[in-house]
Design a protein around this ligand. Structure first.
Ligand SMILES: Cc1cc2nc3c(=O)[nH]c(=O)nc-3n(C[C@H](O)[C@H](O)[C@H](O)COP(=O)(O)OP(=O)(O)OC[C@H]3O[C@@H](n4cnc5c(N)ncnc54)[C@H](O)[C@@H]3O)c2cc1C
Length: 381
């Protein structure tokens, strides 16, 4: 048994740590959170570090990286500014991963080189006002007319939909619940597409939007995967779930680690001042508990990721990772708040932002209850 990362992965982590220290000083992260603006500038920097091609297959000019690479990148960024993970996800996940896994050759040749250069970004439009956890009940429709598919409907909570050049849009093309959904690559400059940014408590700056499609006309060539992808959208999405859960788990880990690190610095100073042995032990135990939780998340999620890289299809493990990391990181952050006491209420401490950011991990990418449903199902319950 060998639980070490490979040298290549350690180097990537080192690069990411440098990137975060150089490009995202704490003050800058606070400013971006306050302004609630999409971090275009930081995306540009990530592209300059040659990270946008990390998970593009080598035959399309990429580095051929895997889920472990993505998790290392996301964990390190999330320690400082998790919003950037999601924004970079508009290239790495919703662009590279979706096109790489489900696109046809023509689509890969068209989009992957431009994604690698940061020229384009993608969003992922599945959720609707009345279709969240039960995503297959979407009502957005694409009707074939005069050689085009005409899309009408509304999407909700779509990350980056107001700033991305393309959006993967799930629309109903037949009546069957699971076998009647098609994903289209929609150019967001097309007439009839509009996105309105929603103001939210956490992950501010990730440009979460309500989206409207009013007679948006796309061609059959815009079906993800080409004509063969017609009515296959649901199954294309299923192929991406393990990766999505793992990447979100690594963001939750990054936030938990940051909360622990800040609490540790604060506690050391406080322990130096307090004479009260009871208070001192309470703080020590709280930190020991937090350290245990962070360690547990780390081993759990990277073990699941390792299984994914070995093609073991770890559905139960990725669901456990997503559920456990979101809920445990939330607990770690609330313990961090306890350690800071009244100071936790001050905006000058990042702990309040960690709380605002971590809350969303129990919801986005499949709620904790849905993850538990999946685990129960794999246990034949
Ligand atoms: C910040 C943010 C960004 C997002 N980005 C995107 C994006 O880019 N693209 C996209 O398509 N979507 C995105 N989403 C949507 C996200 O995937 C959905 O919010 C999520 O799937 C839950 O759907 P819902 O909010 O409608 O909740 P609901 O499905 O209405 O659930 C409400 C509650 O009921 C529970 N519940 C529902 N069904 C069950 C069940 N069968 N068993 C047990 N409990 C259940 C849930 O766990 C939850 O607690 C984003 C959401 C957020 C908050």
């Amino acid at each position: 048994m060998d639980l070490r990362f490979e040298e290549r992965q350690e180097k990537l982590r080192e690069t990411m740590r440098k990137f975060v220290e150089q490009e995202i000083p704490r003050e800058y992260a606070r400013e971006l959170d306050e302004k609630d603006e999409f971090p275009h500038h930081l995306i540009r920097k990530l592209v300059d570090y040659d990270l946008a091609r990390i998970n593009i297959p080598r035959e399309y000019g990429g580095h051929g990286g895997d889920i472990l690479d993505l998790m290392i990148i996301f964990e390190e960024i999330a320690k400082r500014f998790p919003t950037l993970c999601w924004s970079f996800g508009n290239i790495l996940l919703y662009g590279n991963e979706i096109i790489g896994v489900n696109g046809n050759t023509e689509q890969k040749e068209k989009y992957l080189p431009r994604l690698a250069k940061g020229e384009i970004k993608f969003s992922f439009g599945l959720t609707e006002p009345d279709a969240g956890s039960d995503a297959a009940s979407i009502r957005t429709r694409a009707v074939f007319e005069d050689g085009h598919y005409v899309i009408n409907g509304n999407k909700m909570f779509i990350t980056g939909a107001g700033v991305t050049e393309y959006t993967i849009t799930f629309a109903r093309t037949a009546e069957s619940k699971y076998n009647g959904i098609t994903s289209f690559i929609v150019d967001t400059s097309l007439e009839g597409y509009s996105a309105k940014q929603l103001e939210k408590i956490g992950h501010r700056g990730s440009n979460t939007c309500e989206v409207t499609y009013e007679n948006v006309r796309v061609t059959p060539g815009d079906i993800l995967g080409g004509q063969e992808g017609l009515n296959k959208g649901w199954w294309q999405e299923m192929k991406l779930l393990n990766q999505e859960r793992l990447v979100l788990s690594s963001c939750a880990l990054g936030i938990a680690q940051a909360a622990f690190d800040d609490a540790l610095v604060y506690a050391r100073a406080k322990l130096g001042r307090t004479q009260d042995k009871g208070v001192a032990q309470m703080i020590q135990h709280q930190l020991a508990d937090m350290a245990s939780s962070v360690e547990a998340i780390r081993y759990l999620i990277y073990a699941a990721a390792w299984k994914e890289t070995k093609g073991m299809q770890p559905v139960m493990e990725t669901s456990i990772s997503k559920y456990f990391s979101a809920e445990t990181a939330k607990k770690v952050v609330t313990q961090g708040l306890d350690i800071l006491g009244a100071d936790a209420a001050l905006m000058e401490h990042d702990m309040q932002r960690y709380l605002r950011d971590i809350m969303i991990y129990s919801i986005g990418g499949g709620t904790s209850e849905i993850q538990k449903n999946i685990v129960a199902k794999t246990l034949n319950l």
